[in-house]
Design a protein around this ligand. Sequence first.
Ligand code: SAJ
Length: 418
Amino acid sequence: PKVSVIGLGYIGLPTAAIIARAGMQVIGTDVSQHVVDTINRGEIHIEEVDLDGLVQGVVARGLLKASLDVAPADVFVIAVPTPFLKDGQHTPDISYVLEATRSVAKVLKAGDAIILESTSPVGTTEAMRDLLSELRTDLAMPGLTSGTPDVSISYCPERVLPGRILEELTHNDRSIGGITPRCARKALAFYKRFVRGTCVTTDSRSAEMTKLVENAFRDVNIAFANELSMVADSMGMDVWEVIRLANRHPRVNILQPGPGVGGHCIAVDPWFIVHGAPELTPLIRNAREVNDAKIHHVIARASELVEAHPSMGVACLGLAFKANIDDFRESPARLVAASLARKFGEQIHIVEPYAAELPREFDGTGAVGIDIDTALEDCGILIVLVDHDVFKSVPLAERADKLVYDTRGIWPDQPKNP
Ligand code: SAJ
């Protein structure tokens, strides 16, 4: 089949490339001219392990092309963002999904399959179907006709981990939710062509909820670890020691505390559930609030340490939202470091091996970027915000005399600060 992938971001581009690698003809669409031009040159506009070589190969073989306009195809895969509205209420904004649906409607023909992959509030796939049925009265839509519908519509969320996207796109299991069982079977046949994990079919609403639940599960569990870390802190205990010991219980598996939860999924998706059932979700809402509060706890604790040593150089280790990646969006580490830079100016130094330059918010604060060796030579205070391997591997001998606030627990052998 000919495949159209709409949205060529962190999920859409790798997905388009993997489908093309499986031998299908793919046209990717994006609203950005820059993105379209970059891909058509065989280059990429995002960082992801091994993606550059893959895209270069499928573009060179003529299997992947990018375009500003949605072209006719047999399968449409929609992978556009679903952010919040700017209403301060964490209301999901599905306008990009509906916009993509409108562009598909223009070229849709009988026999086509449409698959939504964007993380979406429950009911979005049906809302897409309703919009298509308004725009294309000449086509019979699934679930709205007693006869055989002309097109199939399904929801199949991605669940890949940044840094492992290509690997996980191929090997993870997938849940495929059809508006009707027939829609699900049609999408299943498509995913079987390039997914090696097990593909399980269900209805579209269950598949939408499943995606949200996966990330909410993780958020709630990280919140538990973060709450423990604040309690342990107030009692002068090492939370990592407590978690290590508790996790020796055969049915206990506590996650790791950190400076808060970042990324665009785990800190976002739980709100989609809360928004759908505000009265019934005190736990999920609270977990979100605990994880956000952890950022402020870290800022306060780090500030106390810096204030107690006004002449000492401070190195903030890491800006990324998690280890070993160059993704700084929605990063608690970045919020903490920026807040310290605004408060303490040139006393603050930033070490981020994955950043070519410091983000804009550091401009004018006096804080500068340095490398880890300079930090170990010049700074008396180390604030660990990201568990990058390069930081983990610093031996005790090079940091034994430092004052350390380790929000990630990467140096269990570090002597306690006096
Ligand atoms: N974190 C902790 N403690 C932990 C684990 C994570 O503080 O024990 C923090 C990380 O430092 C980071 C944040 O949580 O700031 C999220 O990191 P992550 O590695 O857990 O997840 P993401 O956001 O990179 O990707 C998640 C994944 N979801 C799940 O593991 C349930 C991924 O499979 C999803 O595809 C992705 O969200 C998504 O796109 O929804």
